[in-house]
Design a protein around this ligand. Structure first.
Ligand code: COA
Length: 411
C-alpha cells in the first residue's frame, strides 16, 4: 500500500555520496601479482585500475564516509534517519552488522539498522526495501549504503577473479514526500540454483574447512555438503575458505540475460518503455556485459553510465558510486527517468525505475553551515560516547573485583 491517511506517499532520493580509497591498483600492478597483462584486462573487461583499501580503511569506514556525504547533500541530521540498510558482501562481522556500526558512528540514535546480503544486487534491493517502508508510511527517512572491501576476499592466485574487483562505497538518503516521482517500480529476483557460479565460503552453519577435510577422508562425509558448493575431491576445483570463487563465463551469460529481462519488467511495472529512459545505471562488472546488454535492449551503449575503467567491480557499491558520478557529470536532470540494474551472487538480480525529482545539494549559506556543524558534533559525540562507554565498563568491572558484596551477588 502506497498510502498513509489517504494521502499517497512517494520515496525520493534527496541525498547521495561516495567514498573510495586513495590507493590505486593498476593493471600494471596486477601484472606483478598474477600472469596477466594490461591489454588482456582492458580488452576483456574495460577495467584499467581499481581502488584498494589501506590498513586503516574498512567496509565500515568507507560506508560511513559515503553516508556522511549523502547526509550533507540532503542537509538532514543523523537523528532524522529512521532506518539504515547496508548492502555488502564484505561485512566487518556476521554480527554486529556494519549498518549498526555506521548507525552509531553517525549518531543516528533513532534509526533501526541491518545488513542486507544480495551480493552485487544488494543496493537495488536495499533501496526498494527502504522505499517500501517509506511508501507504507512506516518511516520518513532512510539511508541506504552499498559498501565493500572486495580486495580483502579475493584469491590473489586466481587471475580470473582478482583482476575484476575493487573497494569503495556509495550511499543515498531517501525521504517521504507528497510530490510525485522518486522510486517508481522495482523487480527483485533470485535463482539459488545458480549459487555455485559465484560465492564466498565463510563462517556459517556449515564450516567448509571441516567439509573439505571430510572429502579427504579425515571425517565422515555424510551430510557435509552445502547446497551452494558441490564438494569435489580435486583440491584445485574446491572453493577456498574466505575467498571468492566464480565461473566467469556462466556469470557473463547470466548477467546479459537478466539485465535485459528485468529492465523490461521494471519499465512495464512503471508504465514506461525504453524510449522514456534517459540513463541506465548498471552494476559495473564488465564493459562487454554493458555492450551486450545495450545490444539486447536495442539502445546505444552511451545510454549506460560506465565508470568501471577506474573502479572495477565494487559489488554492492558500484551502482551508487556510478550514480554519484553521473550526477556530478550532469547526466541526470530533473524529471528524467533513470534505471538501476544489478546482478550477482545468489544468484540475484534487480531493476528499478526512478523518476529523478531534481533534489540538489543545498546552497551554501548560514543555515547549511550550522546544519553541517551540527552533523560534525553528532559524529564527534558518537566517537567519544563509544570510548567513554568502553572505559566505564572497564572501570565497573575493575571495581566489582574489589567489592565483595557485588561479587557475591553475581556468584
Ligand atoms: N589474464 C590473462 N589471461 C586470463 C585471465 C587474466 N586475468 N583470466 C583468464 N585468462 C585466460 C583463461 O585462463 C583462458 O585461457 P585458456 O584459453 O588458455 O584456458 C582465456 O584467458 C580465456 O578465458 P575465459 O574465462 O574464456 O575469458 P573470458 O573472455 O570469458 O573473460 C572474464 C573472463 C572473467 C573477464 C569474463 O568471463 C567475465 O567478465 N565474466 C563475468 C564476471 C563478472 O562480471 N562477475 C561478477 C558479476 S557480479
Amino acid at each position: 500500500m502506497d498510502a498513509h491517511n489517504g494521502q499517497k506517499i512517494y520515496a525520493h532520493i534527496v541525498g547521495w555520496g561516495m567514498a573510495v580509497p586513495d590507493g590505486v591498483l593498476t593493471n600494471a600492478h596486477l601484472e606483478a601479482i598474477v600472469e596477466t597483462s594490461d591489454e588482456w584486462i582492458r580488452t576483456r573487461t574495460g577495467i584499467r585500475e581499481r581502488r584498494i583499501a589501506s590498513e586503516r580503511e574498512s567496509t565500515t569506514t568507507l560506508g560511513l564516509r559515503a553516508a556522511q556525504r549523502a547526509l550533507d547533500v540532503s542537509d538532514l541530521q543523523p537523528t532524522e534517519i529512521d532506518l539504515i540498510i547496508v548492502a555488502t558482501s564484505t561485512p566487518e562481522n556476521i554480527f554486529p552488522s556494519t549498518a549498526s556500526l555506521i548507525q552509531h558512528s553517525l549518531g543516528a540514535v533513532k534509526a533501526g539498522a541491518f545488513d542486507l546480503s544480495a551480493a552485487c544486487s544488494g543496493f537495488v534491493y536495499g533501496v526498494d526495501m527502504a522505499a517500501q517502508a517509506i511508501k507504507s508510511g512506516s518511516i520518513q527517512t532512510a539511508l541506504v549504503i552499498g559498501t565493500e572491501t572486495m580486495t580483502r576476499i579475493l584469491d590473489w592466485q586466481d587471475r580470473g577473479t582478482c583482476i575484476l574487483f575493487g573497494d569503495g562505497a556509495g550511499a543515498v538518503v531517501l525521504r517521504a514526500s507528497a510530490a510525485q516521482g522518486g522510486i517508481l517500480s522495482a523487480v527483485l529476483r533470485s535463482d539459488g540454483g545458480g549459487s555455485d557460479m559465484l560465492g564466498l565460503p565463510t563462517v556459517g552453519s556449515v564450516d567448509l574447512r571441516n567439509a573439505f577435510s571430510a572429502v579427504n577422508g579425515a571425517r565422515p562425509t555424510a551430510g557435509l555438503t552445502t547446497p551452494s558448493v558441490e564438494l569435489s575431491s580435486s583440491p584445485d576445483a574446491r572453493p577456498r575458505m574466505y575467498k571468492m570463487h566464480m565461473n566467469g563465463g556462466e556469470v557473463f551469460k547470466f548477467a546479459t540475460r537478466v539485465i535485459t529481462e528485468s529492465v523490461h519488467q521494471a519499465l512495464e511495472k512503471a508504465g514506461l518503455t525504453m524510449s522514456d529512459v534517459s540513463l541506465i545505471v548498471p552494476h559495473q562488472a564488465n564493459q562487454r556485459i554493458i555492450q551486450a546488454a545495450a545490444r539486447a535492449l536495442k539502445v546505444e551503449t552511451d545510454l549506460f553510465m560506465s565508470n568501471l575503467d577506474r573502479y572495477g567491480n565494487t559489488s554492492a557499491a558500484s551502482i551508487p558510486i556510478a550514480l554519484c558520478e553521473a550526477i556530478e557529470q550532469g547526466r541526470i536532470r530533473e524529471g528524467q527517468n533513470i534505471v538501476f540494474v544489478g546482478f550477482g551472487g545468489g544468484l540475484t538480480w534487480a531493476s528499478m525505475v526512478v523518476k529523478w525529482t531534481g533534489a540538489r545539494p543545498p546552497e551554501p549559506g548560514a543555515t547549511t553551515l550550522i546544519n553541517q556543524q551540527r552533523r560534525q558534533i553528532s559524529y564527534l559525540f558518537a566517537r567519544w560516547q563509544m570510548r567513554l562507554r568502553r572505559l566505564s565498563r572497564r572501570w565497573t568491572s575493575l571495581f566489582a573485583r574489589f567489592l565483595p558484596h557485588r561479587r557475591k551477588k553475581t556468584e
